[in-house]
Design a protein around this ligand. Structure first.
Ligand SMILES: [Zn+2]
Length: 505
């Protein structure tokens, strides 16, 4: 259960505004009644379920940003935004924010021979970036391959041989992220390539090679590394110790580069103008990623399509429903609607919007994001990050008016808050909880569907889906109508950056 002690520090209802318990209770319940009644009346169950079935249908082949079918999903969402009367954002192309992605596939062949031992691409060798490389070259041990490691060494026209990571940086993330930096240094020093010896017992090679030896997507930064950058499996550090003994001096390379292909990604975005002359200059961002993981091997039932009903067609439909309701019933603040692409490839669509925003980030006062793995309790809604901001009490209220109970993150060890699109906005200071289906633990009930072929609409409790969708609209409405700007609670790790963003002292 969540940390509700935060609520005591909330500043939503200052004491002097309490005119008397009875009148306040009366006022709240009257407003609440009309809000949820209105949503109940106008909510179109049939249309919502039909959006759900389409987005999670086999036709869309798992909404993989690497496959052409994702275009069908993007167009469908845009068409619904338009149909319901949400407006195009200035700077967007229609309802799309176009993203320059680079699709990068590993080479099929390639090898390095070091004193008779053969390392082959995809098995004991991984090409990470750079151009083709052919010929025999001298090897130079450059330690960890950081700037200071090159002192007194001449690598011009040779191969720099380094160890992965750095002495104080051995997490899987650091092993990957240091690479571009090291390749750049090696290139500056005149090396013709850099080969890193992978010998981290805590990070299995098999895991690494499965992750890296497949087609990947990234935002095209327009500056690809030219220097061949390669990992070799060397668990016992044999190559470097043989080099030290003078047993190895050179190696033969037959390396093919990765195949890079630019592809266009699309966030689907729209907005609805608020009604309050002042507050309409602020936005509440309603977002969900619409991509999923595509097609894979068939499961025991012969199903190879990962339909992603829970992850995250249900969330995409929530944003479509919100577009429909708020276009007809705009709240005080303006509403920004976003269906992100490529969340499953590393939160790429939302990261692109956060760095190329179509409205100033400081005008976005709250992001009510949706992402899901699954659910195991249909009487609750799990809000990742609940209890961290002054908007959260209104979410709790909204959820209970729909007859459900809001709980906060039950599995903090999963780090869910920092694993979805909301974090790209939280990092900039925007209060950004994720409104998830009800789960009390990341258990077998969740894993049965999470990133599995079985995650489809037929196994989804549709009455629960409808309640979830209504609770989302009501939560968004309450926050969009709040008089005060919602903000992080004191001491939150994103409080300081939030103050800087909004100019709060
Ligand atoms: Zn996912």
């Amino acid at each position: 259960m969540g940390n509700f002690s935060y609520f005591r520090r909330a500043k939503i209802y200052p004491m002097k505004k309490l005119l008397g318990t009875f009148s306040l209770l009366f006022a709240i319940s009257t407003i609440a009644f009309s809000q949820i009644e209105d949503i109940n009346q106008k909510f179109n169950r049939e249309d919502a379920i039909s959006h759900f079935r389409y987005l999670a249908s086999d036709e869309l082949k798992g909404r993989d940003p690497l496959r052409p079918e994702i275009e069908l999903a993007a167009k469908y969402i845009a068409k619904e935004f338009e149909k319901y009367g949400a407006k195009e954002l200035p700077g967007a192309t229609g309802y799309f924010q176009s993203i320059p992605f680079m699709m990068s596939s590993p080479p099929k062949t390639g090898e390095i021979v070091i004193s008779g031992e053969r390392f082959t691409q995809g098995e004991t060798l991984l090409v990470l970036s750079g151009n083709d490389l052919e010929g025999s070259f001298e090897l130079v041990d450059v330690g960890y391959g950081m700037e200071e490691d090159y002192e007194g060494l001449d690598v011009a026209g040779k191969i720099a041989v380094s160890s992965v990571g750095a002495p104080d940086q051995m997490s899987p993330g650091a092993l990957f992220s240091l690479g571009a930096q090291k390749a750049k240094i090696a290139q500056e020093k005149g090396a013709v390539g850099i080969v890193e010896m992978f010998n981290i017992p805590s990070v299995p090679w098999q895991l690494v090679s499965r992750y890296l030896n497949r087609t990947q997507l990234s935002i095209d930064q327009g500056e690809a590394n030219e220097l061949p950058y390669i990992w070799i499996k060397d668990p016992k550090n044999k190559i470097k110790s043989d080099m030290a003994k003078g047993k190895i001096e050179e190696a033969r390379f037959m390396i093919e580069k990765k195949v890079n292909k630019p592809v266009e990604g699309k966030n689907v975005v729209a907005w609805i103008e608020g009604t309050d002359p002042q507050l309409k200059n602020e936005y509440i961002l309603l977002s969900a990623h619409y991509d999923h993981v595509g097609v894979g091997e068939a499961d025991a039932n012969g199903d190879s399509i990962f339909n992603g009903a829970r992850d995250n067609a249900v969330g995409t439909v929530a944003v479509i429903n919100a577009a429909r309701y708020f276009a007809e019933n705009p709240p005080k603040r303006s509403v920004l609607l976003a269906a992100w692409t490529a969340e499953e490839k590393g939160l790429l669509g939302s990261a692109y919007f956060a760095s190329h925003p179509l409205v100033p980030i400081k005008d976005i006062v709250f992001n009510l994001n949706i992402d899901n793995a699954g659910y195991n309790n249909t009487s609750i809604i799990t809000v990742i990050g609940l209890g961290r901001t002054s908007g959260d009490q209104l979410i709790t209220d909204a959820v209970s008016e729909v007859g459900l109970k809001a709980i906060s993150d039950p599995s903090p060890e999963q780090g869910l808050y920092d694993r979805s699109d909301n974090v790209n906005f939280a990092k900039l200071g925007v209060p950004s909880p994720t409104f998830s289906l009800g789960f009390t633990a990341f258990d077998d009930d969740i894993n049965q569907y999470y990133h599995k072929q079985a995650d489809d609409v037929d196994s989804f409790d549709l009455d629960y889906a409808v309640n979830y969708w209504k609770a989302y609209i009501l939560s968004a409405q309450k926050i969009a109508n709040m008089n005060e700007k919602p903000f992080w609670f004191e001491g939150d790790k994103y409080e300081q950056v939030g103050k800087e963003l909004y100019g709060i002292n």
